[in-house]
Design a protein around this ligand. Structure first.
Ligand code: ADP
Ligand code: ZN
Length: 724
């Protein structure tokens, strides 16, 4: 038999499919070891055939791995091929989406793990006080019994090894799949669906259309509907995929899912180690787990016989991938739903304008949930006019109204969330004498001052710089900060309310394993009074003690030069406001703005999605912006400026021919520098297009595929969410 094999898929950018001889028992989708250039590299079998176009005697032989099951099932293989065709990228690239890293690199899966257990009670150990990691590990083991060493090493580096040396710990190898949620516990809550929820479930099950849009205000019980659908699938032996923005996988959500579905659910999130992710993936592949829950990439879960696919917060920008291949989660979900003949449920309080249009026009089914559970009112939104505050001499970040509400909230022992668009202490460092702005050497963007670390950071590449003592251009020492960030707000708040316990949540505080889970957990347990954060805090959380939400700079996102800025602002404000008053207590929202007459803000404060939509869609129609057109950006980036420019020219001239022959399909066509000229030392250029007719898209993809070289990345973005 002959196998068509894709080799070395971790490193190659091109489709390297080769013919190999193979044994009878090698099947499509399985992993093999392929002799290649003097080495043995991992590969995947794409096809089995009787003969090859190459001379049979010249073919080398692949060796199988003895996996219980082929790594890729037929649905995944076929999807990978479809996506490669859709986005004109090598199959090797789309195949990667379906496999956990460990399998790609060919490492045989780790069945054996080291487990540690105490051989001596702590009381009998001789440990010095300073041996914190040993003490920590020993205490953990005493409380929890036998534990995975890798886990302990993550928390108490070196602790277990040192204990073993002293003979206090025994290490054994075990074959158990580790359970990442062992410590998760919660009460099982039995719920009866409200009539609205029940109606929604029935519609989703019986409506003939594939895509079901669930448009329900925040707190209307959408999650319960999803869980009911999943549970029903489970009883029919069907599997489900449940996608949420990563941040929505809060500790509360994790424990709910765990209690409800036990081992039937595999929960994939960034807090898991590579090994844990692999185990969860494998449980899905074998069918031991039938529910895949996770962020965007869980859409590639190796499940069969899908009964439902759910995309919560469907408007969220995290659903479009920003690295190659730049797939759109909705496209993939729709392919899978159609193939399995199952429903694709999109849920949101603020659906994207594009989705809502399709639902209103009848392409998708539209289900509305207009009331919060138990008819709890939506919080009242008070607009604070910051122009007036400034006129009154208040230059601080907090309006009089907000301060008053914070005080009320604190004295009633309730919690407040303050939301701000920017992280860091303040935005930029500017020289008052010559106007110099501190910028990153590799990225051509301004740096942000971080007070705790006393340094300047680039938010694009993470590079740190020492704080400047004088201007590098003119030597002036009058350096000033422009803008306000989360750190600054925390510092100011602490001055105003010295006894308040304040937590900060942004990209800087959530790095590392479980970063945001820890912060949210602490806040959920009321270990802090105020949570200050960026848009991370906007999503999904359900904190009953929160009665106040302050939006410090409602205008920020309105001023992005992006056709979606109005939509984003509306979504963000609605989401943030939805965090307030979720339990018995009525919630309050203070929205601070320099532009109180702004239409988007007005619609947001009256929770008028329909009004917002009508206004927005007519603007889009008038301006010929999506969904009335498609914006396509070709991004060309490379370290070598000349090579990048050459690739840009190649793709530009190929596209120009297309443009000239199809001028009626284009509303705009030009090439230029990308707004950020350099990121991580890569020079960036773009060809920007607006299409009135997307039928030309495959040809655009083709032109880009041809301009791609080893050193230059050429990617196509459709209606990009981030035009930097
Ligand atoms: P959404 O996802 O629409 O924002 P949630 O699913 O978070 O709303 O529900 C809001 C609150 O109502 C949650 O605290 C949830 O536990 C509760 N809830 C949902 N459905 C029911 C029900 N049928 N009976 C009682 N409480 C419910
Ligand atoms: Zn940088």
């Amino acid at each position: 038999m002959v196998a068509e094999v894709i080799v070395d898929i971790a490193a190659s950018e091109t489709d390297r499919i080769f013919d190999y001889l193979c044994d009878e028992n090698v099947v499509v989708g399985s992993r093999v070891r392929a002799p290649f250039g003097g080495k043995t590299v991992p590969g995947f079998v794409m096809k089995i055939k009787e003969t090859s176009d190459y001379p049979m005697e010249k073919l080398k032989r692949v060796l199988p791995y003895h996996d219980e099951l082929p790594a890729l099932n037929l649905e995944c293989l076929s999807l990978a091929e479809k996506l490669a065709a859709r986005y004109r990228v090598p199959k090797a690239l789309t195949l990667r989406l379906f496999l956990p890293a460990e399998m790609r690199t060919g490492k045989v899966r780790e069945l054996l793990r080291n487990y540690a257990e105490l051989t001596v009670p702590i009381a009998e150990m001789k440990l010095v006080k300073s041996a914190k990691n040993q003490i920590g590990a020993a205490e953990y083991l005493e409380q929890n019994g036998k534990t995975d060493c890798a886990y302990l090493n993550g928390i108490y580096p070196g602790g277990v090894a040192a204990l073993e040396k002293k003979g206090y710990v025994r290490i054994t190898k075990e074959q158990i799949l580790r359970d990442p949620y062992k410590t998760v516990t919660a009460e099982k809550v039995e719920r009866v669906l409200t009539p609205d929820q029940d109606r929604a479930v029935k519609t989703i099950e019986t409506d003939g259309r594939t895509v079901q849009l669930l448009h329900g205000v925040t707190g209307s019980g959408k999650t319960e509907i999803y869980l009911t659908l999943i549970a029903k699938c489970l009883t029919q032996g069907k599997s489900s995929i449940f996608l949420v923005p990563e941040i929505s996988l809060t500790p509360q959500m994790l424990s709910q899912l765990r209690v409800r579905f036990g081992k039937n659910a595999a929960i994939l999130h960034s807090g898991l180690s590579a090994g844990e992710r692999f185990d969860e993936w494998w449980r899905l592949r074998t069918g031991e787990a039938k529910i895949a829950i996770g962020a965007r990439s869980a859409i590639f879960a190796p499940l069969e016989n899908l009964g439902v696919i759910i995309v919560d917060e469907e408007h969220d920008s995290s659903y479009s991938s920003e690295s190659a291949p730049r797939y759109n989660t909705f496209d993939v979900a729709l392919l899978r739903a159609k193939r399995n003949g199952c429903k694709l449920v999109l849920g949101s309080a603020t659906p994207s304008v594009e989705t809502y249009k399709r639902a209103k026009e009848g392409e998708f089914s539209l289900i509305r949930l207009e009331k919060r559970i138990n008819k709890r009112p939506l919080p009242e939104i008070h607009i604070a006019d910051m122009r007036r505050e400034v006129r009154r001499g208040n230059n601080s970040n907090f309006s009089g109204a907000l301060k008053e509400e914070i005080e009320k909230c604190l004295s009633a022992d309730k919690q407040a969330i303050l939301f701000l668009n920017r992280r860091g202490y303040s935005q930029t460092v500017i020289c008052k004498e010559c106007g110099y702005v501190a910028k990153c050497e590799a990225c051509d963007v301004s740096l942000t001052y971080h007070k705790e670390e006393k340094c300047l950071k680039c938010h694009y590449c993470g590079m740190k710089y020492n704080m400047l003592s004088a201007c590098p251009d003119c030597g002036g020492v009058k350096l000033t900060y422009a803008g306000t960030g989360t750190q600054r707000v925390v510092a100011d708040l602490q001055k105003l309310y010295p006894t308040a316990r304040i937590l900060r949540m942004d990209n800087d505080t959530t790095s590392g394993k479980e970063g945001h889970y820890k912060i949210l957990k602490a806040f959920g347990e009321h270990k802090a009074d105020i949570l200050v954060g960026t848009q991370m805090i906007a999503k999904g959380h359900d904190f009953p003690a929160v009665t106040l939400v302050g939006i410090l700079d409602a205008d920020m996102s309105l001023h992005f030069s992006d056709y979606r800025s109005g939509e984003r602002t509306f979504q963000l404000l609605t989401q943030v406001a939805g965090r307030s008053g979720r339990a018995e207590e009525k919630g309050k929202v203070v929205l601070q703005t320099f532009d109180p007459e702004n239409e988007v803000l007005r619609f947001a404060t009256s929770y008028d999605y329909e009004g917002f939509y009508e206004n927005e869609i007519s603007l889009r129609a008038a301006m010929a912006f999506p969904p009335y057109s498609k914006i396509v950006r070709i991004l060309v980036s490379g370290e070598d400026n000349k090579k990048a420019l050459d690739a840009l020219k190649d793709v530009y001239f190929a596209l120009k021919v297309l443009y000239e022959n199809n001028a009626e399909k284009f509303l705009f066509f030009d090439k230029m520098h990308a707004p950020i000229k350099r990121i991580q030392n890569k020079h960036r250029y773009q060809v920007l297009m607006r299409l009135s007719d997307s039928s030309i898209l495959p040809e655009i993809y083709n032109a880009c595929a041809e301009a791609r070289t080893r050193d230059v990345l050429v990617s196509v973005e459709e209606n990009p969410t981030n035009l930097s």
